[in-house]
Ligand binder design. Structure first.
Ligand SMILES: Cc1cc2nc3c(=O)[nH]c(=O)nc-3n(C[C@H](O)[C@H](O)[C@H](O)COP(=O)(O)O)c2cc1C
Ligand code: SF4
Length: 417
């Protein structure tokens, strides 16, 4: 049964105006239904509605969501949908915030996606150690009296959030990326849709209020809103829901950022943008792609004059090396050598070969991994070497005038079992 035009218009009249949208409701079922109303029976139209809305994935790659729905729906046999709430990116907190504040929106999206692709199995993945997130999801499922959604707790490892790795873990493996493409051969060998939890929550709003409502905020090429985690040197770190296309300067103001020397966009998978270029940017694909950057998973991190960027590059390069799943040579050895060279830079090595080695090795590992982990390291380091060239020269001359050598978090990944 589809909604009539009159029903849809009535629903549109109750739609949240302005922002926040995703964070406009409450965590409990009664509060959620009071804010957003029940889910209308639009599953059959979901692919077309998602295409009209122009929703793109909020997990990092920004792939059009309707194409992922189509790819899985077009396969034969039983299918699976996985909500990716692992959020292993150390700078990101938006998925945890969303799951705590609006678990029903994510679960509505999971149900809709499952109906849209004809999936009988629904799974939600949460990284170990996030007790509040786990509790919020379990309470929400109990409120819905839904015992058929599987809640899978994953190891604390960035790389297990990659979609094929997640499938491997759900199937009882260690959670390493595999060569399989989940939409063809995913959980239990079945075609599987893996979507980020924020993407699914947007789906739940598009189903209720329609694609035109979704496009009322954002830019034509990057419609809708996004959850942005702002961190680094800011007085008010946190998660903010903003319209796509919002000026980066406004986002920095929301978080009361220190005057930035550079801004990291997209987290450790993203790129450093020097402050002089960052001032002009808006958070959408068109503006950021000119700098090789993207909104990605929605992380904005600020580094100021007091912080040693070379120390940050070295620590994150070491984190990348530890994060490798140790399966591909370029990733295992390349990231290890890049970490060693970046550490030598931090230590003040005057040897000019260190910077040329970094340039050579980044070119060598780019595109050479079984998953995109090495590409993330390359983007982070290449953009950092460019943005902080002056400071790197200071280090090579044996000087570092920055006070703070530890700004960004680099948690130790859980050991492989
Ligand atoms: C190393 C690596 C780590 C990733 N970690 C996450 C993650 O923590 N959460 C997430 O949603 N996507 C993560 N992704 C992206 C997923 O592979 C996948 O593209 C995403 O969950 C799809 O959802 P979306 O289309 O809704 O964005 C990661 C990718 C890579 C290469
Ligand atoms: S690139 Fe690294 S993390 Fe990705 S599959 Fe290969 S070894 Fe594993």
């Amino acid at each position: 049964m589809t909604m009539t035009l009159a029903q849809r218009e009535r629903r549109a009249a109750t739609a949240p105006t302005g922002l926040p949208r995703l964070l406009a409701g409450r965590p409990d079922l009664a509060g959620h239904l009071a804010a957003f109303g029940p889910l209308p029976p639009v599953a059959a139209e979901m692919q077309a509605m998602t295409a009209r809305a122009g929703l793109t994935g909020r997990g990092g790659a920004g792939f059009p969501t309707h194409r992922k729905l189509e790819a899985v729906a077009g396969r034969r046999g039983p299918r699976v949908v996985v909500a990716n709430g692992t959020e292993g990116e150390p700078l990101s907190a938006k998925d945890k915030t969303l799951l705590i504040q609006a678990p029903h929106l994510v679960l509505d999206g999971l149900d809709l996606a499952a109906q849209a692709v004809g999936a009988s199995r629904r799974v939600i993945c949460i990284e170990r150690g996030n007790q509040a997130v786990y509790a919020a999801v379990c309470v929400a499922l109990a409120e819905r009296r839904d015992e058929s959604v599987e809640v899978v707790v994953t190891p604390r490892r960035y790389v297990t959030g990659q979609e094929a790795a997640l499938v491997d873990f759900i199937d009882g493996g260690p959670g390493r990326p595999t060569r399989e493409r989940p939409f063809e051969r995913g959980v239990g060998g079945r075609p599987t849709l893996v979507d980020n939890v924020e993407t699914l929550a947007h789906l739940a709003l598009i189903a209720r209020f329609g694609p035109e409502w979704f496009r009322q905020v954002g830019s034509p090429g990057s419609p809708g809103s996004a959850l942005i985690t702002v961190g680094g040197r800011v007085d008010r770190p946190g998660v903010f829901e903003v319209a796509m296309g919002t000026p980066l300067s406004s986002v920095l103001q929301l978080a009361q950022a220190a005057p930035p020397r550079a801004v990291l966009l997209g987290g450790y998978f993203g790129r450093w943008i020097p402050a002089r270029s960052a001032r002009q940017l808006t958070l959408d694909a068109a503006s950021l792609s000119a700098h090789g950057a993207a909104v990605g998973c929605g992380v904005v991190a600020v580094i100021d004059d007091d912080s040693c960027a070379v120390a940050e590059l070295a620590r994150v390069a070491a984190w990348y090396a530890h994060s490798s799943a140790g399966q591909c040579g370029a990733c295992t050895w390349g990231l290890r050598d890049l970490a060693a060279a970046t550490s030598a830079l931090e230590a003040g090595s005057p040897d000019p070969r260190v910077t040329s080695d970094i340039q050579r090795w980044t070119a060598m590992v780019k595109g050479r991994g079984g998953c995109r982990l090495p590409d993330g390291a390359v983007a982070f380091l290449e953009s950092g070497m460019e943005a902080f060239a002056d400071e790197i020269a200071e280090h090579q001359a044996g000087r570092c005038r920055r006070r703070d050598h530890r700004l960004l978090p680099t948690p130790t990944p859980e050991a492989w079992g």
